[in-house]
Design a protein around this ligand. Structure first.
Ligand code: HEC
Length: 118
């Protein structure tokens, strides 16, 4: 029985890491409603693509920042900062999608029906 403990701990740590990734919200109707006030052509698929691009492009050098780390309007200059100071080159499509995802998830950090867990 004693020998079980380390492996149980290992599973616990892996579980924490997994839930840490899962806690990055998926955009829903509330985020889309906010995004549509700024970008009339915004879609739920587009916001989800922005989330995917964020995970793909932005996790290489540091942990992913929560969208609420910055107010919505600060994500645009932040992306410029990552480009100018850290050499992070994004395609125009990825940049726009990432910006829309981060800004809307910052403005509306909760998913309907989700308790949050921040
Ligand atoms: C090439 C490595 C690299 C990549 C890729 C990268 N970053 Fe960063 N990022 C950094 C470094 C280095 C810092 C710390 C800069 C500092 O403290 O001045 C940083 C800091 C940040 C911060 C904290 C800024 C602050 O004011 O505290 C945020 C938010 C951030 N990055 C977001 C992003 C996003 C969004 C992307 C994807 C577009 C991204 N990063 C991709 C290197 C990177």
């Amino acid at each position: 029985m004693r020998r079980l403990l380390p492996s149980l701990l290992a599973i616990g740590v892996a579980g924490l890491l997994a839930s840490g990734c899962a806690s990055l919200i998926h955009p829903g109707p509330a985020q889309l409603a906010w995004a549509a006030t700024r970008w009339p052509d915004a879609t739920l698929d587009g916001l989800e693509a922005g989330r995917e691009a964020y995970v793909r492009e932005c996790a290489g050098c540091h942990f992913l920042a929560r969208p609420t780390r910055l107010p919505p309007e600060d994500w645009d200059p932040l992306l410029d900062q990552m480009r100018d100071e850290e050499g992070v080159e994004l395609s125009p499509e990825d940049r726009e999608a990432i910006l829309r995802f981060l800004a809307s998830a910052s403005a509306v950090p909760e998913v309907e029906g989700d308790a949050g867990g921040d």
